[in-house]
Design a protein around this ligand. Structure first.
Ligand SMILES: *[C@@H]1O[C@H](CO)[C@@H](O)[C@H](O)[C@H]1NC(C)=O
Ligand SMILES: *[C@@H]1O[C@H](CO)[C@@H](O)[C@H](O)[C@H]1NC(C)=O
Ligand SMILES: *[C@@H]1O[C@H](CO)[C@@H](O)[C@H](O)[C@H]1NC(C)=O
Length: 353
């Protein structure tokens, strides 16, 4: 993974002096980064499209938050797919958004959606906490009274539209090729952001003597990112295969429609879409970006995707035995010490051949 996790890790590769400043963990460092020249940093981050580099140069404070958002997306992807043959790893070119899958599969769809949502989430959160210039709380939701429901907007409403717009400008800017994959990626980016937007929450607080709620103020908050991850995992399970329609005179890919006989339907906004079937992810394969399952932990008794039969694709598994040791049966003695026994257990783990 490339950008900044833990904060400064990437920069440390390129600019040790910046790392020293950033590793103090303070956002004060950002002004120092600006002083050192956004040019230096932005030119050295690999895999940025020209428009992304321009955004990086004009908003060096945002690039750190973008990196954290992309990393949050990758972490969530690894969590959601921890029991799968595909565990969110890929061979191939490293970018800000991790490594990219070459095949336009439903797995690629998931990674695009989750990183676009991650960037929107991180930018929105940073705005609410006053960590970014040019944004803050949602100003449209201030002071307005909701007569029908008897509450008014108060506190700090998360400005998710700003975060989404920022994600759209930055994440979508990497789609520079005019091909079917571009349409697929843009659709999935948008689906991820839409799912985030739909999970925004309303929080309220009552005011008045002993909680009598004579007045009530409400504000919008971001959902936990885990919730977005679960939702997108469901979308992944129900992902829709699409094909590209070349409608213009130049026969350029123009829009996507659901791939079915005699279907002229477009996918829904929040559908994850894919244009190619997934490889089985059993073996390492540079052509598909699959890293294979050799060496993966598997569960000998599970019948699910993490079971050794499925995970190891019939190649069999190795058994590793070890002894787990821990303190047990601890008793408190008067006065004052604790005495424990040492317990141990032989344990086995299994890894794919
Ligand atoms: C905002 O900045 C503070 C102080 O540096 C930091 O602790 C916090 O994690 C940041 N919040 C976000 C959402 O980036
Ligand atoms: C995913 O699987 C690969 C291949 O077995 C392994 O090298 C990698 O560490 C795994 N990643 C995670 C996050 O578990
Ligand atoms: C293996 O799978 C079984 C059955 O699904 C489950 O009960 C058990 O807890 C799993 N073991 C590990 C180590 O995850």
């Amino acid at each position: 993974m490339l950008l900044l996790s833990p904060r400064g890790a990437l920069l440390s590769v390129y600019c040790p002096q910046i790392f020293l400043i950033l590793s103090s963990g303070s956002y004060l460092a950002l002004s120092s980064v600006v002083a050192l020249g956004a040019n230096i940093i932005c030119n050295k981050i690999p895999g940025l499209a020209p428009r992304q580099r321009a955004i990086c140069q004009s908003r060096p404070d945002a690039i750190i938050v973008i990196g954290e958002g992309a990393q949050m997306g990758i972490n969530e992807c690894q969590y959601q797919f921890r029991f799968g043959r595909w565990n969110c790893s890929a061979l191939g070119e490293k970018t800000v958004f991790g490594q990219e899958l070459r095949v336009g599969s439903r797995e690629a769809a998931f990674t695009y959606a989750i990183t676009a949502a991650g960037v929107a989430h991180a930018v929105t959160a940073a705005c609410s906490q006053g960590n970014l210039s040019n944004c803050g709380c949602d100003r449209e939701k201030q002071g307005y009274y909701n007569q029908a429901e008897g509450w008014k907007w108060g506190g700090c409403s998360a400005d998710v539209r700003y975060g989404i717009d920022f994600s759209r400008r930055f994440v979508d800017a990497r789609e520079i090729k005019k091909n079917a994959r571009r349409l697929m990626n843009l659709h999935n980016n948008e689906a991820g952001r839409k799912v985030l937007e739909e999970r925004m929450k309303l929080e309220c607080k009552c005011h008045g003597v002993s909680g009598s709620c004579t007045t009530k103020t409400c504000w919008t908050t971001l959902p936990k990112f885990r919730e977005v991850g679960h939702m997108l995992k469901e979308k992944y399970n129900a992902a829709v295969q699409v094909e590209v329609v070349r409608a213009s005179r130049l026969r350029q890919p123009t829009f996507l429609r659901i791939k079915q006989l005699r279907s002229y339907q477009k996918p829904m906004e929040t559908d994850l879409v894919y244009i190619e079937k997934s490889p089985n992810y059993c073996e390492e394969d540079a052509a598909t970006g699959s890293v294979g399952t050799q060496g993966r932990l598997c569960n000998r008794t599970s019948l699910g995707a993490d079971g050794c039969d499925t995970m190891c694709c019939g190649r069999g598994y190795n058994t590793h035995q070890y002894t787990k040791v821990w303190q047990c049966n601890c008793k408190f003695h008067w006065c004052c010490f604790v005495k424990c026994n040492t317990c141990s257990e032989r344990t086995e783990v299994f890894t794919c051949k």
